[in-house]
Design a protein around this ligand. Sequence first.
Ligand code: SAH
Ligand code: SF4
Ligand code: F3S
Length: 467
Amino acid sequence: MNLPSLKDAKKRTGMPVEYIYENKKITKVLDGKKYFIRTYGCQMNVHDSEEIKARLERLGLTETDNMEDSDVVILNTCAIRENAHDKMYGFLGRCKHLKETKKDLIIGICGCMAQEESVCEEIIKKHPFVNLVFGTHNINELEELLLKNDNKLDINVYSIEGNVFENIPYTRDSKYKAWVNIQYGCDKFCTYCIVPYTRGKQRSRKSIDIINEVNELVKQGYLEVTLLGQNVNAYGKDLEDELSFAELLEAVSNTGIKRIFFVTSHPWDFSDELIDVIKRCDNVMPYIHLPLQSGNDHILKLMGRRYTKEEYLTLVNKIKTAIPDVCLTTDIIVGFPGETEAEFQDTLDVVNEVKYDSAFTFIYSPRIGTPAALMKDDVTLEEKEARLSRLNELVNNYSLMNNQKYQDQIVDVLITDISEKDESKVCGYTNTMKLVNITGGKDLIGKIAKVKITSCKSFSLDGEIID
Ligand code: SAH
Ligand code: SF4
Ligand code: F3S
């Protein structure tokens, strides 16, 4: 579809927005209107929402955190597991209710669920009060779609990914830390995973564009970037004459930004050069999220993960030897089709050996269209839940054990917010991504401070500023 271009895509000046559609001039006044956005899913969706916010704001809308007060509601959805679907449909119920009293309310659905054909069909059949559905490949069309919407359902989703766009506007959630996409999509096709279908094949951004963006962020006073991709270690492999991820990381390090994180690393593409860059560059943080998924070779093969338990453990040992203070976290799925008790035990063995700082643990959820959805899902829900709680108990023990090592240590913390639980405190993350609550006022926000850890819990640390 070839959409006509938007006349006024610059920062709003108080003028109505003019737009030519099917030779008719549409004039809409969006100044003073408010939007509410709800984001589900991973960091990539959070960052996409920053783009959506910027696009809405340049039409003159402002954000509200009260949905009842809004004129435009956007749901940025996630499709990774069934419960992500359920949450979205639950929220849509609330939107329908609001639309009954607010006829002009515009409801937009985007994100990974929008890329699923079955979801679009369900919206047409059961939720026609929705105005706008757009996908992960055409967020850049949001302004046009919004302006031409005549309060009827309009679905604009492309199944094929487009080009990599540059100069994307973002309204970033933080003034100190920023997400930076380095690649879109994923080519790994793990058999359980919907992401390659909802986000398309891997497309890396050019390193020059990434470096320019980080340089600009440094100029604006940002202290931290997190490089984002579904499989950052495969960065550049889809481009000719491009840097490897290790080389890109070193180039980002040379921009002088104070702290660099990156997610997510697939163990399969993790190179020795990458370990070396993390070790050598002081501003590359010693934090690695290294999804395991399963500790059993047969299950790993069925999952299409392309490494064995032994290879994974060898990689972990290499990392720990080179970077002794490294923080390792992971993702684990329990109850993959056919997983036996003995196979699950192999996962527990790996957890016992690696002693992760923390882990995101999930019950396997079949996703329509993926190869695993055709496998016999024969582990009972009861068994899956029991395995999940045994795994969580083990993981939490190691989280506490690892956190306790921080007692009385002095660590650097980038302080970014008032503490959620106690307004007399501020909080931030260490170089190893540990959350620290610190006694002190909001004048500390935006600083990287030396903090002495005074107490350690499973999921956070407490500390005091030292001079
Ligand atoms: N690209 C990242 C992960 C993206 S999805 C990587 O490969 O590591 C985040 C996590 O969700 C995955 O690591 C996996 O543990 C989990 N996940 C993905 N599909 C799932 C499914 N069908 N059921 C349960 N968990 C799933
Ligand atoms: Fe999904 Fe695997 Fe790609 Fe991660 S690497 S996004 S789990 S297909
Ligand atoms: Fe969910 Fe899409 Fe991220 S499915 S986890 S929002 S890539």
